[in-house]
Design a protein around this ligand. Structure first.
Ligand SMILES: Cc1ncc(COP(=O)(O)O)c(C=O)c1O
Length: 411
């Protein structure tokens, strides 16, 4: 199939008028290479197809939610079954309780669960519960972390009053001294520390929390009587079915999960321990679609499939194969890649490429060869990619070759 983008570009033109500035948020292609394909007609496993019929191995996985592979048969069967019974109804179905019990079983920290729709809902609810439980206001968060789009955490200040961020104090990720300083500034008013298992800085790098730092966050929260809030929205289910810091031996008081919980059906969750049950019980939170049963059915089927199909190890193996293959290819063409973060959430940038010209050219060439990737943002591996990585690497080889022709070697 010939690479072409005629229909994609026509859709983009219509979108430019139908929306205030075209497709928005993280799906906006404004900062991306020219002609970055934007619209997706269909998806299956680890692959997507644009409206011009061209197929890509998809290394973005919907920016995370696709964890098992698009249209996973067990998830789709559970969705169809529940859809036939009802979705958004006047009361929740039994399946909501079943899912909460399953998440409590899976999370060592979890004694209760709440469901919502987006990661931003979950992180904001965690702050509310931490404040309700402790009767305090200040929250510590790491510089450069993303917790969603609600006013307290939106990276943009446009349309957001300063007061929305008034109770936030920042610290440097993985830096215990900086964390201590921020806690001192909060004094007796520290309600919680919100932290991600992995710092992802678009354009720059990714950095996993060290066990030492995770333990420091835990001990500081214990000392101050504050909530350790783990924002697991980006990492959920790619490391563990419980909270990601279980793998470091550290348990949160509150955990925000999202993206992957229902293999792409809209669902996020807050899980917490008994010490924060009262705060959660007295906080008011809800949404018209938060009790819809289809997403719960999809979530239960997703958990079962992750367990039955050894999905977490498969993602790790596929991510490792991709990282090693890319490093070897880059090397053979005279380039060096800075690859960072966990292999199942890879970010790679070209060394010596401050304006991202190599990265953008590589992205364009990879698209033409049939690999959908992002030049400056971390990507996501799904379990179905174990069938795709060898072919993805054949395609990226073509991209390296083309970039080498355009630029010569990186030096
Ligand atoms: C760490 C983290 N927290 C929160 C969010 C917000 O999630 P959502 O986009 O579902 O609102 C994201 C989204 O990328 C995230 O990566």
């Amino acid at each position: 199939m010939q690479y072409q983008l005629d229909k994609d570009l026509a859709l983009r033109e219509r979108a430019a008028t139908a929306f205030p500035a075209g497709i928005y948020g993280h799906m906006s292609t404004t900062p991306l290479p020219q002609n970055y394909p934007q619209f997706i007609e269909k998806a299956d496993g680890g692959r997507i197809w644009g409206y011009d019929g061209f197929e890509y191995i998809d290394l973005l996985c919907a920016y995370g939610p696709n964890i098992l592979g698009y249209k996973h048969p067990k998830v789709e069967e559970a969705v169809r079954r529940q859809m036939a019974l009802g979705d958004c109804t006047t009361g929740p179905s039994a399946i909501m309780v079943e899912l909460a019990e399953k998440m409590i079983d899976n999370g060592q920290h979890a004694d209760w669960s709440l469901f919502c729709k987006n990661g931003s809902d979950a992180t904001t609810i965690c702050l509310m519960i931490a404040r309700a439980q402790t009767g305090r206001n200040k929250i510590l968060m790491a510089q450069g972390t993303y917790h969603g789009v609600d006013p307290w955490c939106n990276w943009s200040r446009v349309g957001i009053p300063d007061e929305a961020k008034a109770n936030l104090i920042t610290f440097k990720y993985n830096d215990s001294a900086s964390l201590e300083e921020a806690a001192t500034l909060a004094g007796d008013d520290l309600a919680g520390i919100i932290v991600t298992p992995n710092l992802h800085e678009v354009f720059v790098t990714q950095e996993l929390a060290t066990a030492e730092f995770a333990k420091k966050v835990r001990s500081l929260c214990d000392k101050k009587g504050a909530a350790l809030i783990l924002d697991d929205v980006r990492c959920s289910y790619r490391f563990s079915l419980g909270s990601t810091w279980e793998t470091l031996g550290v348990l949160p008081d509150l955990c925000a999960m999202g993206k992957t919980l229902a293999n792409g059906y809209a669902l996020s969750a807050v899980t917490g321990g008994d010490a924060f049950r009262d705060g959660a019980a007295k906080s008011f939170t809800t949404g018209s679609y938060w009790f819809s049963s289809v997403a719960f059915a999809a979530a239960l089927a997703t958990i079962e499939a992750i367990e039955a199909e050894d999905a977490i190890s498969r993602m790790h193996a596929a991510g490792t194969k991709l990282r090693e293959g890319l490093a070897q290819q880059a090397n053979s063409y005279g380039f060096t890649l800075h690859q960072s973060g966990p292999v199942q959430m890879p970010l790679f940038l070209f060394d010596g490429d401050p304006e991202f010209r190599l990265g953008q050219a590589f992205c364009n060439e990879a698209m033409k060869a049939g690999v959908y990737l992002h030049p400056v943002h971390n990507m996501f591996i799904c379990a179905a990619h174990d069938k795709d990585i060898a072919e993805a690497l054949q395609r990226t080889e073509l991209a390296f070759e083309a970039v080498k022709k355009q630029f010569g070697t990186a030096a």
